[in-house]
Design a protein around this ligand. Structure first.
Ligand SMILES: Cc1ncc(COP(=O)(O)O)c(C=O)c1O
Length: 408
């Protein structure tokens, strides 16, 4: 046994302070916690990296395995499940399932989108930010050989300033590629405002919502977003190996991705080897056989988020974030990014002694806390099922790591 700071009763974290006096979430948090087995032994604060397994996500994986084992092969059911995953993703962002394509990763979704852009005109520039996950920015840079030019919006003071897009987006800009949340510290960009800036100059907007979906309210129509991608293993409660791309209807007819495959055809089962037609919907961005088992699991995870609802999750996780920021400050930790819980996701980053963040992650695990190191920081990322006690215990553990373990 390690010297973890948590004990549990019926899946409930217990600490000296208790959280009974604090406002509770609008949903039955204890009922949800009973459906997350790992809470019996660890406090997951790594939701910005990999969310824990729920009973329903495990059952979904088993449903696929049972189908494979029982029926041997059931492509109709497997394809139907993949479509249901698109439906659930569409619900998350207020889109239609016809606007959604399925990929194996956000990197692949970005490459699919990049391969659909026409770089033969005067608009060949993609404006992106230094806060992008490297994967996304790397795809844009790799397209330089096809004539694509990349221009950058900087990270200043550990965030991206909206006004820094001015002057970088211009009449040569084809696309603005912006993350909704900065993977390093959860800083939320105002994607609606970025959409206005892009559209004012005749450019399109692509949003990487991987670090925000599940803990932020996203409405692609209200925010006027042209393209949006996310994977599933972070706040969407899923697994690696599946990602989704939203393509605004009305744009899709003009786009012919060179990254393609038989599922991108109008009728994948026509088997017309010489014909290259295009599905009329975002399905034209589908390529090869979809990741079926991942679709089962991701659908179940996204259904939980849709059932609880973004408003309720945002209300509770902002409360947790405030506790993290105030508790970190009280303990003398150095926050990375900003301290306004309404302008960030729950991902809250504290600066570690130089070169020590991964060591800090390992030491926290010994104390029963799952956290996620990234560059110079350790990230504590609570989710809808996290209690205020969990937050306090994680902060106490981090204090112990900083004060006792690292100086031992
Ligand atoms: C914001 C963001 N975008 C993209 C990625 C990478 O996604 P993938 O591995 O699916 O390409 C990550 C991974 O952590 C991320 O945090």
């Amino acid at each position: 046994m390690n010297d973890r700071a948590v004990s549990t009763e019926d899946g409930r974290a217990v600490s000296a302070k208790g959280d009974r006096a604090d406002p509770a979430p609008s949903y039955d948090i204890q009922a949800w916690r009973r459906r997350i087995p790992i809470l019996g032994s660890l406090i997951p604060m790594n939701n910005c990296s990999q969310a824990p397994q729920l009973d329903v996500t495990r059952e979904a994986a088993e449903a696929y395995l049972d189908s494979w084992n029982g029926a041997g092969m059931d492509w109709d059911a497997w394809m139907a499940e993949t479509h249901k995953a698109k439906i659930e993703f569409a619900r998350l962002i207020n889109a239609s399932p016809d606007d959604i394509a399925v990929f194996s990763s956000v990197s692949a979704a970005t490459a699919g989108l990049a391969s659909s852009l026409d770089l033969r005109g005067v608009r060949r520039k993609v404006v992106t930010t230094e806060a992008e996950f490297p994967s996304v920015a790397h795809v844009w840079q790799a397209h330089a050989k096809y004539g694509l030019e990349v221009d950058w919006v900087p990270v200043r003071d550990e965030i991206v300033h909206l006004e820094d897009y001015d002057g970088v987006i211009d009449e040569q800009t084809l696309l603005v590629s912006a993350c909704q949340a900065y993977y390093q510290n959860g800083y939320l960009q105002d994607v609606g405002a970025i959409a206005r800036k892009a559209h004012d100059k005749g450019a399109l907007l692509y949003v990487d919502a991987y670090q925000s979906l599940g803990v932020t309210k996203v409405d692609v129509q209200a925010m006027d977003i042209d393209f949006l991608a996310s994977g599933n293993l972070k706040f969407l409660l899923g697994v690696p190996g599946i990602a989704f791309l939203y393509v605004r209807p009305g744009l899709v007819e003009r786009l012919e991705p060179a990254v393609t495959g038989w599922f991108g055809r109008a009728d994948p089962f026509a088997f017309d080897v010489r014909g290259l037609d295009w599905a009329p919907t975002a399905a034209r961005f589908d390529a090869g056989t979809p990741p079926v088992i991942n679709a089962y699991i991701s659908r179940a995870g996204m259904a939980v988020i849709n059932e609880i609802g973004a408003d309720a999750i945002v209300a509770w996780t902002q409360r947790l974030t405030r506790r993290l920021i105030e508790g970190g400050r009280a303990r003398g930790f150095q926050l990375h990014g900003i301290d306004d819980p309404t302008r960030k996701t729950p991902t809250t980053a504290f600066v570690c002694p130089e070169g020590e963040s991964h060591h800090v992650e390992a030491l926290l695990l010994k104390r029963g806390i799952l956290a996620a190191a990234r560059g110079p920081v350790i990230r504590l990322a609570p989710h809808f099922y996290t209690t205020l006690d969990d937050v306090d215990l994680a902060l106490d553990a981090l204090g112990g790591v900083f004060e006792e373990d690292l100086s031992a």
